[in-house]
Design a protein around this ligand. Structure first.
Ligand code: CA
Length: 230
């Protein structure tokens, strides 16, 4: 599931350049010009990181960051400021504002993408263990490998993400739409039927009998549930 990056920048050319480079790096992006309602747009988009220009036309980037820090929905997401002046840097990183990093214009988009990656990696490592040892499964997030007992599973990227989701959300029933939202994110070309196809393939890998599953069971008229089994 790709991470989401919000780009709050009123210079259309720069916003487009950042958008292009971050998308190419595999992120889902949304650009916001920084006119009114930035916070609402951010809460709607739920980004994993915000690239935030200091000088915006209607609001001050500092003010936006302060509101992000106060927002329950956005919480502690990393904020990477874009500044035009070196003397803004102290304020950006000060306790009062709570930015995580900054780049002084002009900067190379490649450097920005590298910083974004580093911040997201740090967040991930803080939040989740690299290896999940659950029942017969051992999933290594960094290596993106899964062992089932002594056997290594051969999973596509989506199957890996789906199994990772189930391993971390055991015992609950999820509808196909909930699975689409959580695992596929905002890819518009997938349908609930896509979930069934991937569940079937995953079962072939993780179940002794794919048509009589022990781990990944069908919840009739609703969706699927995962149990770690024994
Ligand atoms: Ca600006």
């Amino acid at each position: 599931m790709s991470k989401r990056i919000a780009i709050v920048e009123d210079e259309a050319e720069l916003a487009a350049l950042l958008d292009y480079n971050l998308r190419r790096a595999g992120y889902e992006t949304r650009t916001m010009g920084g006119a009114g309602g930035v916070l609402k747009s951010l809460e709607e988009f739920k980004p994993d990181l915000v690239v935030l220009d200091v000088m915006l036309p209607e609001v001050d980037g500092f003010e936006v960051c302060r509101k992000i820090r106060q927002s329950a929905a956005l919480g502690r997401i990393p904020v990477l400021f874009l500044t035009a002046r070196a003397d803004e840097v102290d304020r950006v990183l000060g306790l009062e504002i709570g930015g995580d990093d900054y780049m002084t214009k002009p900067f190379s988009p490649r450097e920005l993408v590298a910083r974004v990656k580093a911040h997201l990696r740090r967040e991930e490592m803080d939040a989740e263990p690299a290896v999940l040892d659950i029942g017969p499964f051992r999933l290594d997030r960094n290596a993106r490998r899964v062992m089932h007992g002594e056997r290594e599973l051969s999973l596509t990227s989506t199957e890996f993400n789906l199994l990772e989701f189930f391993l971390t959300h055991r015992g609950h029933a999820y509808s196909r739409d909930q699975l689409l939202d959580s695992v596929w994110g905002a890819q518009h070309y997938v349908t609930p039927r896509t979930v069934d196809v991937h569940v079937r393939r995953l079962r072939e890998q993780i179940e002794e009998q794919a048509d009589n599953p022990k781990h990944l069971t069908t919840v009739r008229g609703f969706g699927y549930r995962f149990e770690e089994g024994d």
